[in-house]
Write a protein that binds this ligand. Structure first.
Ligand code: ACO
Length: 381
């Protein structure tokens, strides 16, 4: 094996770690495509499950393929009572992302066979994970309040059923469509931190439940999926449009990061933020306005005025919290909802990784000492 001369790039910034045909981002022009199709077209015309199929199997499903896929997913939505009982032992103060990570990993106890060369095993794992993750997110919401989880409803589509399980009422069609579009927009985004975690885990040929659990744990951090929760907190703290300018300027003086802004790849407004902003506007118009949408628009104006020259614009997390709030999703479930969507992308990368697998084993530049003296414990100060 040849040794390549290599430069240390913190965070592997700009270092290709795979060849992939799943998604494409042009951060300078604000373009995102899934399997070559612009995100705007998919958000307008396809359902989330259609998009998940596209990401995972590489082509848009025919009508009958989609129907069969949706049917399988509907059939597998329920989770075993032992998983529900396990969730009842979780502390109610625990973060729902931690509950989701533990529950996703626990699925592996029931279904792991690691028949990774069997397409039927791959399909069954995809179906189970897409089907059960929303059920587990909604279940923890009820369990932590001391209530029994709401059972899925087979007559509701994927997004509508999640909202039904969460809120115990059948959603308005606009609410279901809004959530479905959010899921499509969050389904995939090239080699971000959680997807890379999924790929590294997948490269060991462990089971897909472990792959997803590893990715969920990575998505949970505030520099990644956790930012939309911080955005909503910021909007709540600001409370009025007139307060935006002093609030943002104080944060900038303190050199603090404004949540929901900036992106390692996009140096213009994230195309997903543009679609989410339109969705938020539609929901606020239909279901009654409060100041939050206007506060968000004002934050964008002030932040872009100060930081636009650095390529700092709203990212996907900036308007998603507003949409989720209007859908009645509690703040600390924003990231689990992101995870429900991103399972599609993680599984697409898991499957692609298996097609050309080589275990990830990067290197390091050692900066410690060598052959140092050993000090016995009683002599250490
Ligand atoms: N608020 C204020 N300034 C910012 C922000 C921000 N949100 N983001 C970047 N900057 C500034 C930095 O201070 C830096 O300024 P400097 O050059 O004067 O030092 C410059 O912009 C470049 O910042 P980097 O840290 O190099 O950008 P990086 O690509 O590493 O960071 C990140 C990307 C982590 C997303 C960052 O923008 C951030 O922390 N944003 C807030 C958290 C957030 O919204 N995360 C969600 C990202 S989207 C997602 O994961 C789904």
């Amino acid at each position: 094996m040849t040794t390549l001369a290599c430069e240390y790039r913190p965070g592997l910034e700009g270092v290709p770690v795979t060849q992939s045909s799943i998604s494409f981002v042009d951060g300078q022009r604000g373009i995102l495509e899934y399997r070559g199709i612009p995100i705007e077209k998919l958000a307008a015309k396809s359902s989330f499950l259609e998009v998940a199929y596209l990401l995972i199997w590489g082509v848009l499903p025919t009508a009958s393929e989609l129907q069969a896929f949706e049917h399988e997913i509907t059939y597998h939505r329920r989770v075993k009572y032992r998983i529900r009982d396990m969730m009842k032992c979780f502390p109610e103060s625990g973060h729902p992302m931690d509950a989701l990570q533990a529950s996703a990993a626990a699925l592996g106890l029931f279904y792991s066979r690691r028949a990774l060369d069997d397409p039927a095993y791959i399909r069954a794992a995809v179906v189970r994970l897409l089907a059960k993750i929303p059920t587990m997110v909604a279940a923890f919401q009820h369990i932590r309040k001391g209530n029994d989880p709401v059972q899925p409803r087979d007559d509701q589509n994927y997004a509508a059923n999640f909202l039904y399980m969460l809120r115990e009422r059948v959603p308005h069609s606009l609410e279901a469509r809004a959530l479905d579009v959010c899921l499509t927009l969050h389904a995939e985004h090239t080699i971000n931190a959680s997807t890379f975690a999924a790929m590294v885990t997948a490269s060991t040929l462990t089971d897909p439940y472990g792959v997803v659990a590893s990715a969920v744990g990575t998505l949970a951090g505030p520099l990644h999926g956790g930012a939309n929760e911080d955005v909503m907190q910021m909007i709540e703290q600001i409370g009025a449009v007139a307060q935006v300018e002093p609030y943002v300027e104080k944060l900038l003086e303190q050199k603090a990061r404004i949540p929901g802004f900036g992106h390692r790849v996009y140096k213009v407004k994230d195309p997903r933020a543009t679609i989410l902003q339109d969705l938020a506007k539609e929901l606020f118009a239909e279901f009654g306005a409060d100041d939050y949408y206007d506060i968000a628009v004002e934050i964008e104006r002030v932040v872009v005025r100060h930081l636009g020259h650095k390529g700092i614009y709203p990212n996907v997390d900036f308007y998603s919290g507003l949409v989720y709030r209007k859908l009645g999703v509690p703040n600390d479930l924003f990231t689990p909802v992101f995870a429900i969507a991103r399972v599609a992308g993680w599984l697409a990368h898991w499957k692609e990784q298996l097609n050309h697998n080589r275990i990830f084993r990067p290197t390091q530049i050692y900066i410690g000492g060598h052959d140092l003296a050993y000090t016995d414990i009683e002599e250490r100060v």
